[in-house]
Design a binder for this molecule. Structure first.
Ligand SMILES: Nc1nc2c(ncn2[C@@H]2O[C@H](COP(=O)(O)OP(=O)(O)O)[C@@H](O)[C@H]2O)c(=O)[nH]1
Ligand SMILES: [Mg+2]
Length: 427
């Protein structure tokens, strides 16, 4: 299917199809070259502006699928003055013509790229405007409150019944609670979209590759009793009950190693750890002594789960312990005992709730905007306490503009360019 959008569409129809098309109805037509000879025949649909996806005149041509025919048809269109669309250009025009807002446009790209069913449902919800609607309602409430506060600043001497401080406080509180609910849904949506990156590390032979294989359910990595088997980093994409996980198996870390290949593997392993969302530190439970010294290789802010493996040999019962330095799970990757604890734990620590009811697709930038708005409203509450109404009004304005960035009401061209460049061509 070829889709053409823009002012010249009526001219294209006359030249290519050679007859008038009834708006919004699929019509069988021949597609002609410059001398009136048929290139192909198929369905043509004309959507006159503004009742089209982009808001401009749009023509859709459904032709036969051969790449040669497609090429001839495109060449004919180019000869008529058409040019190829940039990635996301149709959605961008729809956004610029107020057909959809920015969050909806992003949902189109997310719907196309989603990797799980839950993600598809959430993207669909965002595309229908559920996320934008909630954001817009909040913006509306912010504007109302701002109006009141700014009026009470301007008419401070007049005898008008303004909101009392207690009223404003209650309203700010209500805004905070609504925003936090939206944030929770958006965070789930962002998890569904991007997932998290898990990096498996530990001493050689602790069972790292066995863990990767357990998680993927197949022989992704080579497992042997030989220390230093894994040298390359191995990446697998899996999902646990709809939660996307990027799992990375790495070369084992040890202090003394002569092998240059293994040294390079260790360098790469440390690089992956630095970029992880969560680290799984594998420890062989049969090994005596302090096997957790590797913790120093892991940046302090990263959540680490220590997995004490091979309990089939050590005799330790399967289980999960919460300690001051994080969670410890005892399991055996050989017998499978305790592995379900790990799966449950992973879902819990990323805060993943099963089911996609009420979740909408969201991106990092949406969460950042919500966080900025939350902070501004917190600040506004503080300004209220100190009686600084002007500063309070300013914080509300900041909250409003942060939220408006989500739907694209105030957005820089730069950001728009970056967002639409991430789309595929034709969308
Ligand atoms: N008995 C026992 N052996 C295990 C267990 N997990 C892994 N192994 C063995 O330990 C060796 C090293 O495993 P591997 O996954 O390659 O470790 P890596 O070097 O950390 O990737 C292999 O021989 C595995 O079969 C376990 O839970 N119990
Ligand atoms: Mg390995």
């Amino acid at each position: 299917m070829i889709r053409v959008s823009g002012e010249a569409v009526p001219f294209i129809i006359t030249s290519l199809v050679g007859k008038e098309l009834t708006p919004r109805s699929a019509q069988f037509a021949g597609f002609q070259n410059a001398s009136g000879q048929p290139i192909d025949q198929g369905l043509a649909i004309y959507f006159p502006a503004p009742h089209s996806f982009t808001g401009e005149h749009v023509l859709e041509l459904h032709a036969h699928g051969s790449p040669v025919v497609l090429d001839m048809l495109l060449q004919r269109l180019f000869d008529l003055g058409v040019r190829a669309a940039r990635p996301g250009e149709f959605s961008e025009r729809a956004f610029l013509n107020d057909k959809i807002d920015l969050a909806q446009a992003e949902a189109i790209a997310d719907l196309i790229e989603c990797t799980t069913e839950s993600a598809a449902r959430s993207a669909q919800r965002s595309l229908q405007g559920e996320f934008s609607r909630q954001i817009n309602q909040l913006v509306e409430s912010l504007i109302q409150l701002r109006l009141y506060i700014e009026a009470s600043i301007d008419f401070v001497d007049e005898d008008i019944d303004f909101l009392t401080a207690a009223h404003i406080d209650a309203q700010l509180d209500g805004l905070l609670r609504r925003l936090e609910t939206i944030r929770a849904s958006a965070r789930q949506g962002q998890l569904l979209r991007d997932g998290i990156t898990l990096v498996i590390t530990g001493r050689p032979n602790a069972g790292k590759s066995s863990l990767l294989n357990t998680l993927t359910g197949r022989d992704s990595a080579i497992v042997t009793h030989i220390a230093g088997t894994t040298r390359d980093t191995l990446r697998e994409f899996i999902q646990i009950d709809g939660l996307p996980l990027h799992v990375i198996d790495t070369a084992g870390l040890r202090d003394h190693c002569e092998d240059v290949v293994e040294q390079e593997g260790m360098r790469r392993a440390r690089m992956e750890i630095a970029q992880a969302d969560h680290v799984l530190l594998l420890i062989d439970d049969t090994e005596p002594g302090d096997r957790e010294s590797l913790l120093s290789d892991i940046p302090g802010h990263l959540p680490v789960t220590r997995i004490r493996n091979k309990i089939d040999l050590s005799g330790h019962p399967a289980g999960l312990e919460k300690t001051e330095t994080g969670t410890v799970i005892y399991l055996s990757l050989k017998s499978g005992e305790g592995t379900e604890l790990l799966i449950q734990h992973l879902k819990e620590c990323v805060g993943y709730a099963e089911g996609s009811e009420g979740i909408f697709m969201a991106r990092r930038r949406h969460l950042d905007a919500i966080d900025q708005a939350l902070m501004a409203i917190h600040n506004a509450a503080a300004q209220l306490k100190s009686g600084a109404l002007e500063l309070l009004a300013e914080e509300l304005r900041l909250a409003q503009s942060a939220l408006s960035e989500i739907t694209g009401e105030f957005t820089s061209d730069d950001l728009l360019g970056r967002i639409f460049a991430g789309f595929c061509i034709g969308k």
